[in-house]
Design a protein around this ligand. Structure first.
Ligand SMILES: Cc1cc2nc3c(=O)[nH]c(=O)nc-3n(C[C@H](O)[C@H](O)[C@H](O)COP(=O)(O)OP(=O)(O)OC[C@H]3O[C@@H](n4cnc5c(N)ncnc54)[C@H](O)[C@@H]3O)c2cc1C
Length: 281
């Protein structure tokens, strides 16, 4: 155990150690890359009574090909994602998202598990993970591992269906269908170092000129990242029709905040979606 002037820092060197520490110190905050946590501490927004430092638990990082898809460890950084050929091939939209997070320093340190656990409605990987039907594996020392479809993970603003003794351990991405088209689009104030005003992930299966399956998800337009079932239903069973974008306003609930207005978000989200559907046609 290391100690800061204020709070103890428990260092985990493996997933097993991390789960043991989590069970022993459920009040301590997990610390992965620290790119969200450090900002919150600096801003005085949090003052946890302890930390569980995961960074040295290297068995929580990396990509494995198994079970009909890819397993991505929670500690895998954005740079790791960008450099892994299997991720580039199976999840190009996730790689696009990774490339837009912060800038190089953040991509070298920020982790996929941290983006998921931070549960910001503006988290850039989250709509893409929803579009790719990702499952998030969480585990505790007492009960072992369980898998949660990412579109049921968020239960409210910055709330996750993860118990206090659990950690996010890895993420499963099923192998994409050869006819799937993936898409990622982020709208922010700048091309780098910008938190999303609107962020969009999609996966559409095109067979014989028709959409046979669709996943559409947005971030920054509701209290949590959201799937868009009305749009998905309007797309499936016919040729790609940009008019389906008209259903988006039934699926999202943007607000005014420091980054943008609800009105801007509605307008940009619909245009972004319409432009993607037009590109399919
Ligand atoms: C300058 C800057 C720019 C940024 N730009 C972007 C951007 O463009 N897009 C974007 O989406 N984000 C951005 N971020 C936010 C941040 O970089 C990402 O959310 C990153 O993925 C967080 O990962 P981390 O490993 O640093 O998480 P940490 O800061 O270590 O942790 C974040 C949260 O997740 C919890 N946590 C971490 N790992 C686990 C785990 N395995 N199990 C359970 N809980 C866990 C922590 O307790 C904490 O609550 C930016 C941050 C900075 C400082």
């Amino acid at each position: 155990m290391l100690t800061t002037s204020q709070s103890p820092v428990y260092v985990a060197h493996s997933l097993d150690e991390a789960l043991t520490l989590r069970a022993a110190h459920p009040e301590a905050m997990p610390l992965a890359g620290g790119t969200d946590v450090m900002v919150f501490i600096e801003a005085g927004a949090i003052d946890p009574p302890g930390f569980i430092d995961l960074w040295a638990a290297r068995d929580m990082a990396g990509v494995a090909d198994a079970d009909g898809g890819l397993w991505i460890g929670a500690l895998t950084t954005y740079t790791d994602l960008e450099r892994d050929d299997r991720v580039v091939k199976a999840a190009p939209a996730l790689v696009e998202a990774a490339r837009t997070v912060g800038a190089k320093q953040i991509q070298n340190r920020g982790t996929l598990g941290g983006n998921i656990a931070n549960a910001s409605p503006a988290g850039d990987t989250l709509p893409v993970l929803m579009a790719l039907d990702a499952e998030v594996e969480v585990a505790s020392k007492a009960r072992g591992a369980r898998r949660i479809p990412i579109d049921t993970l968020y239960t409210g603003y910055r709330k996750l269906a993860v118990a206090p003794d659990e950690l996010i351990t890895r993420v499963f991405l099923p192998t994409p269908h050869p006819a799937d088209v993936q898409h990622f689009r982020k709208v922010g104030t700048r091309l780098a170092q910008a938190i999303s005003k609107v962020v969009f992930g999609a996966r559409v299966r095109l067979e014989g000129g028709k959409v046979t399956d669709a996943r559409v998800a947005f971030g920054s337009v509701a209290a949590t990242p959201v799937r868009c079932p009305k749009v998905e239903a309007a797309l499936v069973g016919r040729a790609p029709d940009p008019a389906a974008a008209g259903h988006l306003l039934d699926d999202i609930a943007p607000i005014d905040d420091v980054r943008s207005t609800a009105d801007y978000r509605r307008t940009v989200a619909v245009r972004t979606l319409r432009s993607f559907i037009s590109s399919l046609a």
